[in-house]
Design a binder for this molecule. Structure first.
Ligand code: GDP
Length: 172
C-alpha cells in the first residue's frame, strides 16, 4: 500500500468453527480489493486494501481466539463478532462476550458488527434472524447474515466494516 493509506485494525471474535478463518480468506480473494499477507512475523494477521468513495483504506484482520487475547492486544477500530446460525452455543458465547466487552467499556467508540454465518445451512438453522437482530440492537451493533461458504453478503460485510469505521471516526 501507499504511505498515505490509513490502516485500521479489525478484531475478529467468535467460537471455534464459526468461520472466522474462512471469512478472512474470502476477503483476501474478493474482487476490486488488493489483498496481501500482513507482517511476515505476525502470521495471524492478514490485510486487505479497499477503495471506497475515492479513498483507500487498509483493513488488518486479527483473529482472536479468546476475549483475554483481545483485551491484551493492540487497540482495534472495529470488532467483528461472529457466530454460526447452526451452532446455538456459538451464539450464546457471542452474547456473553458482548456483555463482557460492554462491562469493560470496549464497545465504545468503535464499530461493532455482529455477523451470523452459515445461512446456507438453512435446514440446520438453530438461531433465527430475529435473535441476531435483537442481540445486535441491545449493544447498538450492526447486524448482517452471511454465508462465507457460498460467498453470500461477504463483499457487503467488508464494505460495511469500513463504512462503520469511517462513521465512528467522524463521531469522535
Ligand atoms: P474458525 O474456527 O472460526 O476460524 O472457523 P473456520 O473458518 O475454520 O471454519 C470452520 C468450518 O466451517 C470449515 O470447515 C469451513 O469450511 C466451514 N464454513 C465456514 N463458513 C461456512 C459457511 O458459510 N457455510 C458452510 N456450510 N460452512 C462454512
Amino acid at each position: 500500500p501507499g504511505m498515505d493509506v490509513v490502516t485500521h485494525r479489525v478484531a475478529m471474535l467468535g467460537a471455534p468453527g464459526v468461520g472466522k478463518s474462512a471469512l478472512i480468506s474470502q476477503f483476501m480473494t474478493s474482487e476490486c480489493i488488493n489483498a496481501y499477507d500482513g507482517m511476515r512475523d505476525v502470521p495471524k494477521e492478514q490485510s486487505v486494501s479497499i477503495m471506497l468513495n475515492g479513498e483507500e483504506s487498509e483493513l488488518q484482520f486479527v483473529n482472536y481466539g479468546t476475549l483475554k487475547e483481545l483485551e491484551a492486544g493492540q487497540p482495534c477500530a472495529a470488532l467483528v463478532m461472529m457466530f454460526s446460525v447452526v451452532d446455538k452455543s456459538s451464539f450464546q458465547k457471542t452474547e456473553m462476550d458482548l456483555q463482557r466487552l460492554q462491562e469493560l467499556g470496549m464497545l465504545r467508540n468503535r464499530a461493532v458488527i455482529l455477523v451470523a454465518n452459515k445461512v446456507d445451512l438453512a435446514r440446520s438453522r438453530a438461531v433465527s434472524t430475529q435473535d441476531g437482530k435483537c442481540l445486535a440492537c441491545t449493544y447498538k451493533a450492526k447486524f448482517i447474515e452471511v454465508s462465507v461458504g457460498i460467498n453470500h453478503n461477504v463483499d457487503e460485510l467488508l464494505v460495511g466494516i469500513l463504512t462503520q469505521i469511517r462513521i465512528k471516526a467522524t463521531q469522535t
